[in-house]
Design a binder for this molecule. Structure first.
Ligand code: 48F
Length: 257
């Protein structure tokens, strides 16, 4: 059989078009395919919810690939090891309560299991705005990252979701957009994003799970974003809190769907 370039092109365009159209009205839209966003999506999809993740970059994985200072190993604590076990990421015991994992294995395995659970991940797409109806976040406004980088004057498209999860890491981009543009008061001490504090792994890891919650009607914080929005220390290359946060947000949303 001779291969036909036009057929190859049509196959990509038509299949992608169907995938994108089917993600325009779903249960949960997650912004950011870092570890927290992917784990959150995995648990939702495992429970048959319709989930999509929109990721700005070409690659998924956020800050996990680089371990600490580009030494590609991550650390997880006892409380979160069971999540890596569930995904099939191999760990090594370092000292009592401290486990390491190869960050390349961790990202690739979490991503693979997340996609196979049914989550559609759209890379190269940036979230530039939210949709708000009746004082509730109910969707996202999307554009190609290439458009964003080139600062082209090209209008975005919109999608609807019953819940939106901000898993954009330190930047807390969706919560900041909501704060600036939606007129909604965030459920924080000040009604606004508080910002993250200096490194303190022990407190940060604990706080992040508590801070993973609904911060405006329809909008949840997840992963590092939770401490950036509600206030809490950063924690560096220990990733248990990210995994536990993703799991918690998924559980909370499942109770409401
Ligand atoms: O930063 P990231 O890995 O967030 P996380 O899952 O994990 C945090 C850790 O990596 C690390 C840490 C551990 O102690 O503190 O920083 O909370 O992943 C966030 C992803 O969101 C994407 C970004 O490219 C990254 O892959 N992202 C950020 N803003 C947008 C976005 C946006 N507006 N639209 C789409 N994707």
């Amino acid at each position: 059989m001779k291969l036909d370039e036009i057929k190859i092109s049509k196959a990509i365009i038509e299949t992608y078009k169907d995938k994108l159209v089917s993600a325009l009205d779903i249960d949960v839209a997650i912004v950011g395919a870092g570890p927290a966003g992917m784990v959150c999506g995995y648990y939702l999809a495992r429970n048959d919810r319709r989930v999509a993740i929109f990721e700005r970059k070409l690659s998924v994985g956020g800050g996990m690939w680089g371990g600490g200072i580009m030494f590609n190993e991550i650390v997880v604590q006892e409380a979160a090891k069971r999540i890596l076990d569930e995904f099939g990421v191999r760990t090594k015991s370092y000292e009592k309560g401290y486990y390491t994992a190869d960050s390349i294995e961790a990202v690739s395995t979490i991503c693979s299991r997340t996609v196979k659970a049914g989550v559609r991940i759209f890379n190269l797409m940036s979230v530039e705005d939210v949709m708000v109806r009746k004082n509730r976040i109910c969707g996202l406004v999307l554009n190609w990252t290439a458009v964003e980088i080139a600062a082209l004057h090209v209008d975005p498209i919109s999608m609807a979701a019953r819940f939106v999860v901000d898993a954009t890491g330190h930047a807390a981009e969706v919560a900041r957009i909501a704060e600036k543009k939606s007129g909604l008061k965030l459920k924080t001490k000040t009604g606004r994003t508080i910002g993250e504090g200096s490194m303190w792994a022990d407190v940060g890891e604990d706080t992040i799970v508590k801070n993973s919650k609904e911060v405006a009607p329809g909008l949840y914080t997840c992963g590092m974003c939770a401490n950036a929005v509600l206030g809490g220390p950063r924690m560096g290359p220990i990733f248990g809190g990210m995994l536990l946060s993703g799991e918690k947000v998924a559980k909370d949303i499942l109770q409401r769907l």
